[in-house]
Design a binder for this molecule. Structure first.
Ligand code: HEM
Length: 233
């Protein structure tokens, strides 16, 4: 019969990173691509004085919030893709540097998003239901980030990881929404105002439920994950 001893953090760090560990970051980068590039495009368009049209006038009316939203969302989406997988996390220093940028980005993304929802003129296809979803998930994103920071300060690393995963799940609702819109357009045709709001709400909900499912599965393996145990003989 085997006896088990936990592997040390240096043993885990020295272990060769496998390709498997890059699957999750790659998929997350794919999901993040459209909203992150959209945010960068909007920020650059405003900064370099792009053409003002009836369709984009509202962005020029509040350039600071829109630029901050674009940049913080891109940083959030890009950095977050590397924070949750064992491969990239093997380098704790890099994890800390990315995290120091990721957490403020999450807060700025959610706060500027809520600010735009409250004060910016929004297009006609953004109805009341979508506004409600944005407020609920925007506040949820702020709450999860603050709870994640609090857990970090208390050195409760497992809780910190769980809250940051929730934050990323809510923020990446923007990526899931792109997938949902494409699927809907392919199989169902044009999207009505109500369908748009439900698709966006469903995208946030899918991400949140998915992450809770991952966390429940992880918790079943605690207090010490069998993956970090090695046989002595
Ligand atoms: C839950 C937090 C968030 C809220 C409440 C929020 C809210 C908003 C609002 C109200 C707008 C303006 C929509 C319009 O005028 O058409 C907007 C635009 C945008 N958001 Fe967010 N947002 C959030 C998070 C994110 C994240 C995390 C990303 C990227 C990963 C993102 C990407 C974008 C982009 C690219 C635009 C610009 C759309 C365009 O240029 O037409 N948002 N957001």
């Amino acid at each position: 019969m085997h006896r088990w001893k936990p592997s040390t953090s240096s043993q885990r760090r020295d272990a060769k990173p496998s390709r498997r560990h890059w699957v999750v970051p790659s998929l997350l980068l794919l999901l993040a691509a459209v909203p992150a590039l959209g945010g960068v495009y909007r920020a650059l368009h405003l900064s370099f004085g792009g053409e003002v049209t009836a369709a984009n006038q509202r962005f020029f009316d509040s350039p600071t919030a829109v630029t901050l939203h674009g940049i913080s969302c891109a940083l959030f989406a890009f950095l977050g893709a590397f924070q949750f997988s064992a491969g990239p996390r093997r380098k704790p220093k890099r994890h800390r540097i990315r995290g120091a940028l990721f957490m403020p980005s999450a807060l700025v993304a959610a706060i500027t998003g809520l600010w735009m929802e409250a004060f910016q003129e929004l297009p006609a296809h953004d109805g009341d239901l979508l506004s409600l979803f944005r407020v609920v998930f925007g506040l949820g994103m702020i709450a999860c980030t603050l709870l994640g920071i609090r857990a970090l300060l208390r050195r409760e690393f497992a809780q910190h990881g769980a809250w940051m995963m929730r934050t990323y799940a809510i923020g990446m609702g923007a990526g899931t929404q792109v997938v949902m819109f494409i699927l809907w357009a392919l199989f169902m045709g044009p999207i009505s105002l109500t369908e748009r709001a439900y698709l966006m709400g469903a995208s946030w909900a899918i991400n949140v439920i998915f992450v809770e499912w991952i966390l429940i599965r992880k918790n079943r393996r605690t207090p010490i994950s069998l993956k970090t145990l090695k046989p002595i003989s």
